[in-house]
Design a protein around this ligand. Sequence first.
Ligand code: FMN
Length: 172
Amino acid sequence: METAKAIAVRRSTRAYKPEQIKDQELNEIVKAAKLAPIARGAVENVHLTVIQNQALIRSITEAAQKAAGTDKVSLNYGAPTVIIVSGKALGGLEIANAACITENMLLTAADLGLGSVFVWGAISVTKDQKEVIASLGLPEGFEPIAAAAVGYPAEAITGEREPRPLSLNVIK
Ligand SMILES: Cc1cc2nc3c(=O)[nH]c(=O)nc-3n(C[C@H](O)[C@H](O)[C@H](O)COP(=O)(O)O)c2cc1C
């Protein structure tokens, strides 16, 4: 798929088939994460966690829903794979890194015909919870920032979308 097409096809998917994605698909997605731009090229500031353990995904979602006081928050929205991007605190660069890495994963998922969604809420409300952090097995000094949830969409994703009317000015 062309890059422009993958960008136009990508959309947030919040209903999935339970079937796990293939290892080859996961490898493509992780490879795309590893090809994302990273501030100062400092790869040592980023850590990826692939979670395909459904019990762990459920327990983090439960913790997030409890913390947020709503069942609208989810770590995966039913997707069987979640890739969490963690970073060391870098005055905001860690968030930019996580966004670049996550978007690369979402676009690669679209290219593979998979559904995906950017996950921030469930992570932001649980990132200070010791049990959640411990369950992720992160190296010292890292905190989870964002995630891509990925899986086979419950309904086939078809069609390229129209660009949104973002505010824009052009200076020539
Ligand atoms: C920084 C960021 C955080 C987001 N966090 C969540 C989230 O926690 N849960 C969720 O369902 N969607 C989340 N989204 C997805 C947005 O809601 C979604 O991208 C937006 O509504 C546009 O829809 P689209 O992705 O289909 O184009 C997030 C997106 C971004 C860029």
